[in-house]
Design a protein around this ligand. Structure first.
Ligand SMILES: NC(=O)c1ccc[n+]([C@@H]2O[C@H](COP(=O)([O-])OP(=O)(O)OC[C@H]3O[C@@H](n4cnc5c(N)ncnc54)[C@H](O)[C@@H]3O)[C@@H](O)[C@H]2O)c1
Length: 352
C-alpha cells in the first residue's frame, strides 16, 4: 500500500493498493460520519464493481444507494448533474451525508460537482477506476460538467475527503482506456522527468504500475498543494491541453482526453525542438514514448483546430493564452502568449 498526502486545506490522502475496494467502507468510515452514501458510477463500472462497493459500505453500517449514469463524456452534462441532485433530495440526503464517485474522470467530475453543491457541500470520496482518474482527475478538486459551448465550463473547486485507488480494478480496463491514461502519464513524464519518465521509457507493466500511479499522484498532489486554485504553478498540469481541448472539441468529444493531450504534447515538443528550446535527444525520447504507446498524433493541426483554440480563449475572456513550453524532460515552464503568437509557435516548421 502507498499513501499520498494532498496538503490542501483541509488535507486528504490518496490510498493506493491492490484489492482495497473490498475495504472501502472502513476507509470511508475513517473520514466521514455520513449515515447515507450515494455511489455514483457509470453503466460499465456498475456491472463490474458496484456490488462490491455497496457491500463494502453496508458492511460498515452506511446506507448505500446508487446512481448509474450512461458511460461516456456525453453524460458529463448539466442534466446528469441535476438528476444526481434530484436523487439526493428525493432520498433525504443531509449535509452530513456523502457521495462516493466510483468510476473514471467523467463520474469523478460530475459526482464531484454534485457533492460540491448539494446543500452547499457534502463529503466526497473519489474511487477512481481508470488509469487517467487515478493519476490525474481524482486528485486536486476540479469538478464540473461540460456545456454545449465547451468543456468544464460549469464547475467548482472541491477537494474530496479521500481518494481510494484500487490498482486491481485496472485489470478490466479496455486497451483504448490504457492508452488514454498513458497520455496523461506522458504529461507527467515531461513535467517531472525522473522515475516517471524512466518507467514509461522501459514499459509500464504489472510490476511497476502501483509505483507509477504513486509517483504521478505525488507529483500532482505537490503542485495542487502549492497552487490549489490554479493561479500560477498548477497551470503546468495543462501541458498539451491547449491543443488537446481543441482536438477533443473538433472530434465532437469522441477523441479521448488523454489521447488529445498526448497529441498536444507531441506538437508542443516539436515546436520547442524547431525553436532550439528542446534538445534533439529529449525530443526523440518524448517521441519514442508516444510511439511506444501508440500515442502519436494522427490529427492535422489546421485552421479549424486553431479556430477552436481562439474560441476557447475568447470564451474565457482572456487576452493571453498560458501555454506550457517543454525545455527538457523534467523542465517545463509556463509562458503567456497572444493567440497570434501561439499560432506562430505551433505552426513553426523551420529548423528540424
Ligand atoms: N478533474 C480533473 O482534474 C480532470 C483531469 C483530467 C481529466 N478530467 C476529465 O476526465 C474525463 C476523462 O476521464 P476518463 O478518461 O477516466 O474517462 P471515463 O470516465 O469516460 O472512463 C472511460 C471509460 O472507461 C470505462 N471504465 C472505467 N473504469 C473501468 C474499469 N476499471 N474497467 C473497465 N472499464 C472502465 C468507463 O465506463 C468509460 O467507458 C474527461 O471528462 C476529462 O475532462 C478531469
Amino acid at each position: 500500500m502507498s499513501v499520498v498526502e494532498v496538503r490542501t486545506a483541509p488535507a486528504y490522502g490518496v490510498v493506493i493498493e491492490r484489492g482495497i475496494l473490498v475495504g472501502l467502507g472502513e476507509r470511508v468510515r475513517g473520514v466521514s460520519s455520513a449515515a447515507k452514501t450515494l455511489v455514483v458510477t457509470d453503466s460499465n463500472v456498475a456491472e463490474l464493481y458496484l456490488d462490491t462497493a455497496v457491500a463494502a459500505l453496508e458492511a460498515q453500517g452506511f446506507e448505500a444507494t446508487s446512481f448509474v449514469l450512461e458511460a461516456g463524456e456525453k453524460s458529463k452534462n448539466p442534466q446528469t448533474y441535476l438528476n444526481i441532485i434530484d436523487d439526493l433530495a428525493k432520498n433525504g440526503f443531509k449535509r452530513t451525508d456523502a457521495i462516493v464517485a466510483l468510476g473514471g474522470g467523467v463520474v469523478g467530475d460530475v459526482a464531484g460537482f454534485a457533492a460540491a453543491t448539494y446543500m452547499r457541500g457534502v463529503d466526497l470520496i473519489q474511487v477512481p477506476t481508470t488509469l487517467l482518474a487515478m493519476i490525474d482527475s481524482s486528485i486536486g478538486g476540479k469538478t464540473g460538467v461540460d456545456l454545449p459551448l465547451g468543456k468544464n465550463l460549469l464547475g467548482a473547486f472541491y477537494q474530496p475527503k479521500l481518494v481510494v485507488a484500487d490498482i486491481e480494478v485496472l485489470s478490466s480496463l479496455p486497451a483504448c482506456e490504457w492508452k488514454n491514461g498513458v497520455g496523461e502519464g506522458v504529461k507527467y513524464a515531461c513535467l517531472a522527468g525522473g522515475e516517471i519518465a524512466e518507467i514509461l521509457k522501459r514499459g509500464l507493466n504489472e510490476s511497476n504500475l502501483e509505483r507509477f500511479v504513486y509517483l504521478c499522484a505525488s507529483y500532482k498532489a505537490d503542485i495542487v498543494a502549492r497552487d490549489e486554485k490554479e493561479s500560477g504553478l498548477r497551470m503546468l498540469l495543462n501541458l498539451g491541453h491547449t491543443l488537446g481541448h481543441a482536438l477533443e472539441k473538433q472530434s465532437g468529444f469522441t477523441m479521448p482526453h488523454g489521447v488529445a493531450v498526448a497529441c498536444g504534447i507531441e506538437r508542443m515538443a516539436f515546436a520547442a525542438r524547431t525553436r532550439r528550446q528542446l534538445s534533439v535527444e529529449d525530443h526523440e525520447a518524448i517521441r519514442a514514448m508516444l510511439v511506444k504507446y501508440s500515442l502519436t498524433c494522427a490529427a492535422d493541426i489546421n485552421d479549424e483546430i486553431l479556430a477552436y483554440v481562439a474560441m476557447d480563449k475568447k470564451s474565457q475572456g482572456k487576452e493571453h493564452i498560458s501555454i506550457v513550453e517543454i525545455s527538457g524532460i523534467g523542465d517545463c515552464r509556463i509562458n503567456k502568449m497572444t493567440y497570434d503568437e501561439f499560432e506562430d509557435y505551433i505552426m513553426t516548421k523551420q529548423g528540424v
